[in-house]
Design a binder for this molecule. Structure first.
Ligand code: 2AM
Length: 171
């Protein structure tokens, strides 16, 4: 099972981000993410034996974070994977803290997460050949984070499908 923990945006954020994704793909090419697939990954577990699912859930059960808001307020492009994304200009301490705590608890249980630092982003367009010049501005997009979700990524004929397995409310 290919698993990851993520935040799923509310309807307003989805509408704002998918409009940006559609417009960007129209102007600069690539494949826009479908609205229902837009998310922000907190921790990527990769391929996991189904028998270890409960360990991943156990890691999430112990999270003791409060709900918080943050802003997506910039667009960016990564040439190494041709992803056009929305992210944060400032360091969002609560978001970083949640990802850190979850990552630590997963590592304690033997999950091999990436060592590279957490770069919060929402992928908007995949397979964009080159960076838009200049990068457009993103009107700040507020996101209320009241829960996080364990998600299974499934290959579907046309691409990828995400199946939400469980969610955890933040206090
Ligand atoms: P991406 O959108 O930047 O590609 C499901 O694949 C989610 O896990 C996506 O948000 C994807 O990020 C992320 N992901 C895939 N491979 C990853 C990796 N090796 N490290 C961290 N995140 C990864």
């Amino acid at each position: 099972m290919r698993l990851f923990f993520a935040l799923w945006p509310g309807d307003e954020t989805v509408a704002a981000l998918s409009a940006v994704a559609e417009e960007a793909a129209r102007r600069w090419g690539g494949r826009p993410m479908r609205p229902e697939t837009l998310h922000l990954t907190l921790a990527f577990l990769g391929e996991i034996e189904p028998g270890r699912l409960n360990q991943a859930e156990e890691a999430a059960d112990g999270i003791d974070a409060k709900a918080f808001d943050f802003s997506l307020d910039r667009l960016g492009y990564w040439p190494h994977n041709h992803i056009f994304w929305a992210g944060c200009t400032r360091r969002e301490v609560r978001l970083q803290g949640l990802a850190q705590e979850l990552g630590d608890r997963l590592r304690e249980r033997g999950f091999a997460l990436e060592r590279r630092s957490f770069s919060p982003h929402v992928t908007l367009v995949r397979k964009m050949a080159a960076a838009p010049q200049p990068l457009p501005d993103l009107p700040a997009c507020r996101w209320h984070c009241g829960e996080f979700t364990l998600v299974r990524s499934l290959s579907a004929g046309s691409g990828v499908e995400y199946q939400k397995l469980a969610s955890w409310k933040l206090g």
